[in-house]
Design a protein around this ligand. Structure first.
Ligand SMILES: [Fe+2]
Ligand SMILES: [Fe+2]
Length: 469
């Protein structure tokens, strides 16, 4: 039986019998899914987790020890804005929809399902990482990310059950049936089928792939469909921690790597049991490019339709002047016969690219910060770089083209030969894997990564973040 106690919510769940029945039918499948493909090996342990119990700014993050299967996956929408109107597209200025607009139903369902699918996918991708966590602090952060992705799935399933009737229920079931990386029933988007095998992958994933999530949610928060907007607004508050885990995780590796380099006569971090800077660069190249693919094709009629319909806006739409975007153009470099030519694309068709711009700018900020960490250590021989958005693409106009990390065309054979200089090779992956030994002692951290700057929620670093049972 579901109740406020079991599913914390601010959607007045107890008053909607039909919805309670639908969620009651779905919940056992969810728990079954969590136990089968969720975090492996730690389901009985007490984990120091935050749980959302309300949407109040000072009250939503409640910290306590919880066994993960008992986590209270809540359903929260940010509070409604009185008199909210559609902020962009053809319906600009009309009252925001509280029900699904019939003419846009299919498009909207597709948007919700695509977002929803990423949430359980990432839990599946990360399921084995608990075995090799570099500290209890990191182990706890992994599980925090996992349970919150579970909650995001609940948030999307709530929308499907509440607003999409029978198709919604079927989609909610299908979300638990697809599996990351499964050749027969894969997850919908590429990066969510990519293996996350080690903690370097994990930090890169939370840095780059969760950050794609931030920008997708930010664009959906603009949606004229008010329940979606309000769900995404609240999800964004949780997403910030996931990106923090990734950005600071990489930063801690860099700090440690540089320390090991200065200790070695040849500045060789690998020889000292660390992750060398070139390997970090290769993982950046890999996860950044997989993640920018998630924004979709550069020129996209779907993106134009989503915008026109008022379903998916731009990042911080209010900062733009023209919310119809009917007349503008966006200049783009388009590949043609081995060269790049400049072309103007109607603004609405360039919405994916515009969102990608915002994302890349944010990634560049993080890379600059990482470089300051390298600089501060005294290492002068290496700086990290984001590769060009044209490099190593599998979606859009640059798919499969021999473009280097600097974005320039090069001869095919040379490009193929150099791929191992740019992306992790089997040897690189083996090296990273060889470093992955769990550290479960309170306050201790693995050799290849620096300790965090401070504990979670004001706790000391030797806090027992996960209690083994
Ligand atoms: Fe999420
Ligand atoms: Fe996330």
């Amino acid at each position: 039986m579901l109740s406020q106690e079991k599913i914390p919510n601010n959607v007045n769940l107890s008053s909607d019998r039909r919805l309670i029945r639908a969620l009651e039918a779905w919940q056992p499948s969810f728990i079954e899914w969590w136990k089968t493909v969720g975090p492996e090996g730690f389901q009985l342990d007490d984990v120091y987790l935050r749980t959302a119990v309300s949407v109040e700014p000072d009250g939503w993050a409640h910290f306590d020890y919880v066994k993960m299967p008992d986590y209270r996956w809540g359903i929260f929408l940010s509070p409604p804005e009185e008199g909210r109107t559609v902020g962009f597209g053809d319906h600009l200025g009309e009252p925001a929809w509280q029900e699904v607009p019939g003419e846009h139903r299919n498009m909207l369902r597709r948007i919700v399902v695509t977002q929803a699918d990423t949430e359980p996918a990432s839990v599946e991708q990360q399921r084995l990482l608990g075995r090799t966590a570099p500290s209890l602090y990191d182990l706890r952060n992994l599980f925090q990310v996992n349970v919150e992705e579970g909650r995001h799935l609940w948030a999307m399933v709530y929308l499907l059950h509440t607003y999409f009737g029978r198709d919604g229920r079927e989609e909610a079931e299908a979300l638990l049936q697809r599996r990351s990386g499964d050749p027969d029933k894969p997850r919908i988007l590429g990066a969510f089928n990519q293996p996350v095998e080690n903690w370097l992958d994990f930090y890169m994933f939370t840095m780059f792939t969760d950050r794609d999530g931030k920008y997708q949610l930010a664009a959906l928060k603009e949606s004229g469909f008010d329940p979606l907007s309000r769900s995404c607004r609240f999800m964004l508050t949780e997403e910030a921690h996931h990106m923090f885990v990734g950005e600071t995780g990489v930063d801690r590796i860099l700090a440690r790597t540089c320390e090991l380099m200065t200790r070695d006569p040849n500045q060789d971090a690998r020889a000292q049991g660390g992750v060398d800077l070139l390997t970090v660069q290769k993982y950046i190249n890999l996860w950044f490019t997989l993640s920018i693919d998630l924004f979709g094709g550069e020129v996209s009629s779907n993106a134009a339709d989503f915008f026109a319909a008022g379903l998916k806006g731009r990042y911080k739409e209010e900062r733009h002047e023209d919310h119809r975007a009917l007349d503008g153009v966006y200049p783009m470099e388009i590949p043609r016969e081995g060269a790049l030519v400049r072309q103007e694309v109607p603004l609405r068709n360039a919405m994916n690219e515009i969102l990608r711009d915002n994302y890349i700018e944010d990634c560049q900020r993080a890379v600059d910060k990482w470089n300051r960490t390298i600089e501060a250590s005294g290492v002068t021989s290496f700086r990290l770089r984001l590769p060009s958005r044209r490099f190593h693409r599998q979606i859009g106009i640059f798919t499969g083209l021999p473009l280097g990390p600097d974005g320039a065309f090069m001869p095919n054979e040379e490009w193929e030969r150099k791929l191992g200089d740019w992306l992790p090779t089997e040897a690189d992956v083996c090296h990273v894997k060889s470093l992955m030994h769990p550290v479960r002692e309170r306050g201790k951290v693995a050799h290849w990564i620096a300790p965090p700057q401070k504990g979670i929620n004001g706790t000391p670093l030797d806090f027992e973040y996960v209690r083994r049972n």
